[in-house]
Design a protein around this ligand. Structure first.
Ligand SMILES: Cc1ncc(COP(=O)(O)O)c(C=O)c1O
Length: 384
């Protein structure tokens, strides 16, 4: 695949350049078709047959299962990254004095579920202050105590673009008996993961960034050994029976003893407005090949970093390709006070990037081309 060309299958962005996937990934046209069909069903509800209704979650679980190499029945559909993290935090069998390790400065989704548990259950949240944006193996090693039960962190840090060493941190958690919970929202879709090999006990991910789904989508996966230790926090009728069953004699509901992934799923999993297009978006990415997308995205990142005028700008994310670099690139004018005006100038020129914490961030994905990067560099390098 020629990394200079964008993958086709997207709209025309109204002539603009969207370099802000870390905020919202664009919906592929195949997925938009599914959304229009879902609207047609709801415009004439007789179209929303029992079979169509029931068929919504399965293709999505199947596509997500292929994406992470997990069985579809182990995929827990949700509406965000927070959803899965809250399920785990709420259902974990906490004991007084248990410790939860998190990263100081992480995205709030990775902190709040555990801070809520701290208030409620007598467990303690311990923040590790990383030396270099994300937690290094020795920092994790030094923070684990006999009371540590869970370590939760992001895979790619939203506020710096640094990536953790997933394998090294996971191996430490394995060797110390700590559950390793990873938020993959800024990584999955731009890089592969194989959950049969990755030393991860649970992962959660938003669906609307690198997975190009509608807003209000997400999923999580919890290793069966961890899932079996979780307490019951939900009992949803539609995870126990079908809407069609209501046509038969109405039975008294019972909470089953066994907790499968489905019983942890978000309520209303036949959410056809969102899940039908999202399934098509994930299938679209799988069809292009996640490794091909990664190579394409990495080439765009390389192009951007190499082309930025070093007299005017500094790159704050890792410059060199490798474990720590991601598809989020933070940079700044050498006079940081100028960043806001530069952001506005790019927007006026039809180029959308993010301003986060006073710094500039680009996050290119498969819809972007080398030409998008060249155009952005031209505007930036001409700014005073
Ligand atoms: C690492 C990370 N997690 C999660 C989210 C979104 O939060 P949620 O899915 O919990 O609403 C973002 C969005 O910006 C993010 O960067």
């Amino acid at each position: 695949m020629d990394s200079r060309t964008a993958f086709d299958g997207f709209g025309d962005f109204a002539g603009r350049t969207w370099l802000n996937t870390a905020h919202q990934g664009p919906l592929p046209l195949d997925a938009a078709k599914e959304a229009y069909e879902a609207i047609a069903w709801k415009l004439a509800p007789h179209e929303l047959t029992g079979a169509r209704f029931e068929d919504v979650p399965l293709p999505l679980r199947t596509a997500l299962g292929r994406l992470v190499n997990a069985r579809p029945d182990e995929i827990v559909l949700g509406n965000s990254a927070s959803y899965g993290l809250h399920v785990i935090a709420n259902a974990y069998p906490w004991q007084e004095g248990d410790e939860i390790l998190v990263m100081a400065g992480d995205f709030p989704s990775d902190l709040l579920p555990w801070l809520m548990i701290e208030r409620r259950c007598g467990a303690r949240v311990v923040r590790i202050q990383p030396r270099n944006h994300v937690i290094a193996p020795d920092e994790l090693e030094g923070a684990i105590t006999p009371r540590t039960r869970v370590f939760c962190t992001t895979w790619v840090h939203s506020f710096s673009g640094f990536s953790i060493d997933l394998d090294a941190l996971g191996a430490i958690c394995r060797s110390r008996g700590v559950a390793f919970v990873v938020n993959c929202s800024q990584a999955l879709g731009a890089r592969p993961i194989d959950l049969t090999r990755a030393p991860v006990d649970a992962m959660s991910c938003a669906g609307w960034k690198w997975l190009c789904g509608p807003y209000g989508t997400g999923f999580c996966w919890i290793a069966p050994q961890l899932r079996e230790r979780l307490g019951r926090v939900k009992a949803y009728w539609l995870s126990l029976q079908t809407a069609e069953d209501l046509g038969n004699e109405i039975a008294d509901p019972v909470v089953p003893d066994r907790q499968g992934a489905r019983s942890l799923e978000i309520f209303a999993p036949a959410n056809f407005f969102n899940f039908k297009p999202w399934a098509a978006a994930v299938e679209f990415l799988l069809g292009k090949g996640i490794e091909c997308i990664r190579d394409h995205d990495e080439a765009l990142v390389e192009h951007f970093i190499a082309g930025l005028d070093p007299d005017r700008f500094e790159v704050l994310s890792p410059r060199q390709k490798g474990l720590m670099r991601s598809t989020l690139v933070f940079f700044s004018h050498r006079d940081r006070a100028r960043n806001r005006a530069i952001h506005a100038g790019l927007s006026q020129a039809g180029i959308d990037i993010a301003l986060r914490g006073g710094l500039l961030r680009v996050s290119p994905h498969l819809h972007n081309s080398s030409g998008d990067i060249t155009r952005t560099l031209a505007v930036l390098n001409e700014s005073s």
